[in-house]
Design a protein around this ligand. Structure first.
Ligand SMILES: Cc1cc2nc3c(=O)[nH]c(=O)nc-3n(C[C@H](O)[C@H](O)[C@H](O)COP(=O)(O)O)c2cc1C
Length: 188
């Protein structure tokens, strides 16, 4: 499978990137091709909600001329997309949220019989790390991710929350095993 990891966090050696790397290494060992993009390094402008992308069916013509368009093309070509982010104020980190808003251009006619999506049938997954527990902290971000599968017409391949993350070197063996199993589940 062609796998694309889209990182929302800025710390390339932080908890999230370290956890994601375990997943990526496992996927590569299973023979999958993995591309990894750190969104904070890219020029990704916020969706203007101008509706230009909705004027022609699946035209994918965003008014912004920035890095998001190329990343969206890479996303369209992927079989599996893994979104990763540290939990920031019960939500995704800004770069990933901004990019996901730009996926508004990937589908048309949501809630109508002729709803189409350029990523229809794609597998998508979410990996989040946080310093707090899942309960009363991380749920909203997973709720939003589950809902995202509807306009995208995609398939949820998996989701994982690593709670009580302090520093990457403190990632427990148990958590590492969970991440490897998570990777296997994404391509099963
Ligand atoms: C701006 C900011 C907001 C945060 N908000 C939350 C939060 O709402 N819930 C939580 O559990 N942890 C929160 N954290 C902690 C991070 O999610 C956690 O340390 C994470 O593992 C950091 O990942 P990183 O090392 O990849 O940057 C926050 C950290 C920052 C810097």
């Amino acid at each position: 499978m062609k796998v694309l990891t889209l990182h929302g966090g800025a710390r390339k050696r932080g908890n999230t990137a370290t956890a994601a790397n375990i997943v990526e290494v496992e996927l590569k060992s299973l023979g999958h091709e993995v591309e990894s993009i750190f969104l904070f390094e890219k020029d990704i402008k916020a969706c203007l909600a101008c509706g230009k992308c909705k004027q022609e069916p699946c035209s994918f013509s965003c008014i912004h001329k920035d890095d998001a368009n190329g990343i969206l093309q890479t996303m369209i070509a992927a079989d599996l997309v893994i979104f990763t982010s540290p939990l920031y104020f019960w939500a995704l980190a800004g770069p990933l949220k901004t990019f996901i808003d730009r996926t508004y251009s990937l589908y048309t006619n949501y809630h109508k019989p002729d709803h189409t999506s350029l990523v229809e049938g794609q597998r998508q997954a979410l990996l989040i790390t946080g310093s707090g527990p899942y309960e009363d902290n991380a749920e909203p971000v997973f709720t939003a991710f589950n809902k995202l599968q509807n306009p995208h017409k995609t398939i949820k391949a998996g989701e994982i929350y690593l709670a009580r993350c302090t520093s990457p070197d403190k990632l427990e063996e148990e958590q590492k095993k969970h991440l490897q199993l998570f990777a296997q589940q994404l391509v099963a």
